[in-house]
Ligand binder design. Structure first.
Ligand code: ADP
Ligand code: MG
Length: 684
């Protein structure tokens, strides 16, 4: 039997296509449920629970829980330790898949031999191949990897015969995606896709947790979050309260901690107000994509709601306002559309070995794909985009590259970059291959390099000389790629690159609620990035600016200095911009220079800040702007050096956001490691 599997971050689902009835059906798990929690629990006695049981354990606080591991797919740094064993995200996904398959086999009495598995549209080559391997590790054939929104659109298109342009609004547990799809006959053509991968249902839960804990603290003077297990229980409870609010006007909440019991009521109206800014963040992504594709609301016939979080009534209300229409929203199959779409693909789109299928899917690439190349003047490395973002796949592009005259090399290294920037260090280095077997006598030989994105979104590089295929061998990507930011010829540099980081923390009055968590996250960040060649400085700002510590290699000094940060110590407002001060601290320092700004509010004198950000940019100093609570995304974008460096997050996600930044410092994305005075990629 063939199945479709929606391997979700929080829940997973298995579906099959019945050829007799031409209908899709979801195969429930052994508890009779259509959705299986994507959770694994390891117990000390060696027992491993997967799915429903594991989720129960999560609420109870026993054992070691692996959840949301899909976020770590393809990331070698992501591991879960459990009683002396280490599991990668790929292994955990394999274990979950195995359980899903076994359950489905038990329910149907049929053996499953192959499957279509869905992944988020933004998954890159690593994450897709990791998913394929996870599937193969349970002994099935992975017929195809399909993007989740595309699968949802397929399921919808299969049930609606008229031609339409559909927007898929997918708000899951941890991510948000928007995809625009044209449905015509049996064909599905994806026009474009974008998303925010730090935004999802969890952030709505966090608003409730915060509200409840603040109420409790007001009443009893203690914050229940100070106890780790109470905090975890509250996080699980908050999700349930949120679900109640999707049906009822209000929810009664009870919290017991430290001998006290607090009772509160949260109305849906209050909840909607408190979470409005999260919805607004989804709007920013949508508008951005529509601008990019030059699509207007009048072009969209239907908005398809996918993902558990679209069950919140606020989502349809918000989309009605945004589209200006009442009748464009379809939420018929919110949770199951992805799995059903995958099931349809497993039968109708994969059975076709001889081109007999009448159905065709044309998907798109979520990221641009390029080759490391040198600029025309030979002065710097650039990302030569081969396949543009939102191109239809499968696709192959071939471009000629000339070996410099006088260069007699018999090998060429090709680096594959993923990203939109011209500067290679703003991109993610996907792979390296070495091409050999060509003829070169130093007369400027021309090699054709071909990039292919196959229909699973997996990348392949081929090379040709005069139409003859050359040898292409994969090589590991070197750890230090900072030379891509230097003039060609300067590499290889084995010396670790010096880094200078100034962290600027908002200390205005609104930070009162979050300052301790902010300090904790900064402490973690400082310890994780500190090394012999990294210098860190600390600046506080409000209505005034204060250098708390000048740049130092001693990370302990910064960790201790964080204690000095007090809300209101520099005034109650945010009239001062710290960027100029930070820039003067960094001026003349060798190596990469970056400023990390943390703020939760709107600044008094934005024009000053934008002007100072401009100065930083021309001085080759990168700015990453992290905002939460009342902070304004548009402003963050104005001051950040590159778009990805403007990060709107929530308090509970701060730790995660900092890890992303630490990772970017190593890979050189987000405009970090900018060590020359060269202008970073221009912003839209
Ligand atoms: P993913 O694809 O990321 O695994 P899902 O699409 O399964 O996520 O959505 C899970 C999210 O949906 C969770 O945050 C969950 O709390 C939320 N959710 C599920 N049902 C409801 C509901 N009735 N009301 C509000 N949120 C819900
Ligand atoms: Mg999903």
């Amino acid at each position: 039997m063939k199945v479709g599997i929606d391997l979700g971050t929080t829940y997973s689902t298995v579906a099959k296509y019945d050829k007799q009835t031409s209908k899709t059906e979801v195969i429930p798990n052994i508890f009779g449920k259509e959705l299986t929690p994507s959770v694994i629990c390891f117990l000390e006695n060696g027992e491993i629970m997967i799915g429903e049981d594991a989720k129960d354990m999560q609420a109870g606080g026993a054992g070691i829980i692996a959840a949301s591991f899909k976020r770590g797919m393809g990331d070698t740094g992501f591991n879960v330790e459990a009683y002396g064993k280490t599991y990668s995200a790929e292994q955990l996904s394999g274990m979950l898949l195995k359980q899903l398959i076994t359950d489905a086999e038990n329910q149907t009495g049929e053996k499953i031999d192959s499957a279509v598995i869905t992944v988020p549209a933004y998954f890159n080559d690593f994450q897709r191949t990791a998913t394929i391997r996870a599937g193969e590790s349970c002994g099935i054939k992975v017929l195809k990897i399909v993007n989740e929104p595309t699968a949802a659109a397929i399921s919808y298109g299969y049930n609606h015969s008229t031609d339409k342009t559909v927007m898929v609004y997918d708000l899951g547990g941890g991510t948000f995606d928007v995809t625009i799809v044209k449905i015509s006959g049996g064909n599905i053509t994806v026009v474009g896709t974008d998303g925010n991968h730090l935004l999802g249902g969890k952030d709505w839960d966090a608003v409730i947790t915060k509200y409840v804990c603040e109420k409790f603290e007001e009443e009893f003077g203690v914050d229940p979050r100070e106890d780790e297990s109470t905090k975890n229980e509250l996080i699980v409870a908050a999700e349930n309260y949120k679900k109640v609010l999707s049906k009822a006007d209000n929810v009664a909440i009870q919290v017991k901690y430290a001998g006290n019991s607090g009772k509160y009521t949260l109305t849906r109206e209050e909840f909607d107000v408190k979470t409005q800014q999260l919805l607004n963040a989804t709007r920013d992504v949508i508008i951005n994509l529509m601008d990019e594709l030059q699509i207007a609301w009048s072009d969209i016939d239907e908005v398809l709601l996918v993902g558990g979080s679209t069950r919140m009534p606020q989502v349809s209300e918000f989309l009605k306002k945004l589209t200006g229409r009442n009748n464009v929203i379809d939420h018929a199959d919110t949770d199951l559309a992805v799995a059903k779409g995958a099931a349809i693909v497993s039968e109708l789109y994969c059975s076709d070995k001889h081109g007999l299928s009448e159905h065709k899917i044309v998907d798109v690439t979520a990221h641009s794909l390029g080759a490391l190349s040198t600029s025309v003047d030979g002065k710097r490395y650039i990302n030569e985009i081969m396949i543009k973002k939102n191109s239809n796949v499968p696709v192959s592009v071939r471009k000629p590259f000339k070996i410099a005259e006088g260069n007699m090399t018999d090998k060429i290294e090709v680096y594959t970059l993923q990203g939109e920037g011209k500067n290679p260090l703003d991109c993610y280095v996907l792979a390296k291959v070495v091409i050999s077997g060509f003829c070169n006598i130093g007369d400027g030989a021309i090699i054709d390099i071909e990039y292919t994105y196959d229909e699973n979104g997996v990348v392949q590089v081929n090379a040709y000389q005069d139409g003859e295929m050359l040898d292409v061998e994969a090589d590991p990507v070197p750890e230090d790629i900072s030379w891509m930011g230097e003039a060609p010829g300067a590499r290889p540099s084995d010396v670790p690159i010096a880094r200078n980081i100034v962290i600027c923390v908002d200390l205005s009055r609104s930070m009162k609620v979050s300052i301790e968590e902010v300090k904790d996250s900064i402490r973690d960040f400082v310890s994780s990035v500190s090394n012999d060649t990294t210098k860190i400085g600390l600046v506080g700002f409000g209505d005034k600016i204060k250098i708390i510590r000048d740049l130092t290699e001693d990370s302990n000094m910064i960790v201790t200095a964080l204690d000095e940060l007090k809300v209101n110590m520099l005034g109650r407002g945010t009239d001062a911009s710290p960027l100029g001060t930070a820039l003067s601290m960094l001026n003349g320092k060798p190596g990469a220079k970056m400023i990390l700004v943390l703020t939760d509010g709107i600044w008094g004198k934005r024009d000053n800040a934008v002007g100072e950000a401009q100065m930083c940019r021309s001085a080759g100093t990168a700015i990453v702007a992290v905002g939460f609570a009342e902070a304004d995304t548009a402003f963050l974008r104005q001051i950040a050096t590159v778009e990805e460096g403007a990060m709107f997050t929530t308090l509970d996600r701060l730790g995660e956001t900092f890890s992303t930044i630490a990772m970017a410092m190593n890979t050189g994305s987000m405009g970090l490691r900018e060590s020359t005075g060269e202008k970073a990629r221009l912003k839209r």
